[in-house]
Design a protein around this ligand. Structure first.
Ligand SMILES: Cc1ncc(COP(=O)(O)O)c(C=O)c1O
Length: 374
């Protein structure tokens, strides 16, 4: 067996091809390219999926985070806390609204934001009289953060909570979908995500009607009413294309089934690798539904394992190889190796194995067999 990709977008396309082509044709036939009816309909359907009253689509997940911070009132000079083991979009948004990114370490078991470190950092900033205003909790790899602890700390210190749900469509914390806990949640529909468009796409979900209204304005040049040339404020051009909304509407109908298939694939990985102590398997907290955007194991001899996998036709990845505090982009913050030990240790050992709904049991058996030969 050869050539198992990390994500197989073509396998999924084959399955829904006829419907996708029909729906794209409908958009072409009506020329409703910008803010066509599918945009509103997808927003209603995705809001219902997240059990939240408001969903506003935007051009991508990065814009979702930026507009979210603006809409909840983060201003230049404010301080916003997030983790270092994430994609740079989780922190770029902070700098791009003129605020200061403040990094903290993770829980070494779940690889998610560590609530104790969060509270300690908030106290430290407040002691220095610095305006700490928000925390961005990243539901990394598809597993929800400890939302009870985060919401309670946020309540105590009057912080806004932004859920970076880019990797966690359909994940649950204590039976509730992610996106319904914080002040606002941000989703990416980048093609490889659990719910992926055929290009860039994103959305915010919120329970707060006035935050939703602000996002609606900001994403569309500050327009508020029906008048195209009346601008209540300056904004951005960050609308979701109607074609992408039409694609997402087709795919959303399958998301639950695809999520179950990811969970079943993860269960097989666990079963086949559990007696192999050299490989540390993903730890799943109680009371959550992990949706396995990525299946990330840890191995001490990662280069060797990666080489063996690739020479046997198996793709693998590292999410993410350089923690944010050690990225050249953040040199100005003055961090050094050793500042966030839990994140640094995992970044040198983590390995993402192929994970997508269409992955077959025999492919997973083959992948695990190759790993065991190293
Ligand atoms: C955790 C996280 N946040 C934000 C984003 C940004 O999303 P997008 O690529 O749609 O801008 C991503 C996407 O890669 C992500 O993984």
């Amino acid at each position: 067996m050869r050539n198992i990709p990390l994500v197989d977008l073509l396998a999924q396309y084959e399955y829904i091809k006829a419907e996708i082509q029909e729906r794209i044709k409908d958009v072409l036939d009506t020329a409703s390219f910008i803010m066509g009816p599918d945009v509103k309909l997808f927003e209603q359907e995705f809001a219902a999926y997240c059990k939240s009253p408001h969903c506003l689509t935007v051009a991508n997940g990065t814009d979702a985070l930026l507009l979210a911070l603006k809409a909840i009132g983060i201003c230049p000079g404010d301080y916003v806390i997030t983790v270092v083991n994430t994609f740079i979009a989780s922190s770029e948004c902070i700098t791009n609204v003129g605020a200061h990114p403040v990094f903290i370490d993770i829980d070494p078991k779940t690889y998610l934001i560590n609530p104790e470190k969060l509270e300690a950092k908030v106290k430290e900033l407040l002691n220095k009289k610095l305006p700490v205003k928000a925390v961005i909790a990243v539901h990394l790899y598809g597993q929800p953060c400890d939302m009870d602890a985060i919401i309670s700390i946020a309540g105590k210190y009057n912080l806004a909570v932004v859920e970076d749900s880019a990797q966690a469509h359909g994940a649950f914390y204590k039976g509730r979908p992610v996106g319904s806990f914080g002040d606002i949640a941000c989703f990416s529909f980048y093609p490889g995500k659990n719910l992926g468009a055929y290009g860039d796409a994103g959305a915010v979900v919120t329970t707060n009607a006035s935050v939703a209204e602000r996002i609606g304005m900001l994403r569309n040049h500050g327009r508020k009413g029906a008048d195209k040339y009346e601008h209540a404020a300056e904004g951005y051009n960050s609308r979701l294309d109607t074609i992408q909304a039409a694609v997402l509407r087709v795919k959303l109908k399958h998301l639950e089934k695809w999520t179950e298939q990811r969970i079943a694939n993860a269960a097989l990985y666990y079963e086949l690798l559990q007696d192999y102590p050299a490989v540390v398997l993903p730890f799943v907290s109680e009371n959550v539904r992990h949706v396995y955007h990525l299946y990330v194991v840890r191995v001490p001899n990662r280069d060797k394992v990666m080489k063996k996998l690739t020479t046997n036709g198996i793709a693998c990845g590292i999410h993410y190889p350089i923690p944010l505090h050690l990225q050249p982009a953040y040199r100005y913050l003055g961090h050094k190796p050793g500042d966030f030990p839990a994140s640094e240790v995992i970044s040198s050992e983590i390995l993402s194995l192929p994970m997508y709904p269409e992955l077959t049991a025999s492919q997973i058996e083959y992948i695990c067999g190759v790993i065991k030969t190293v």
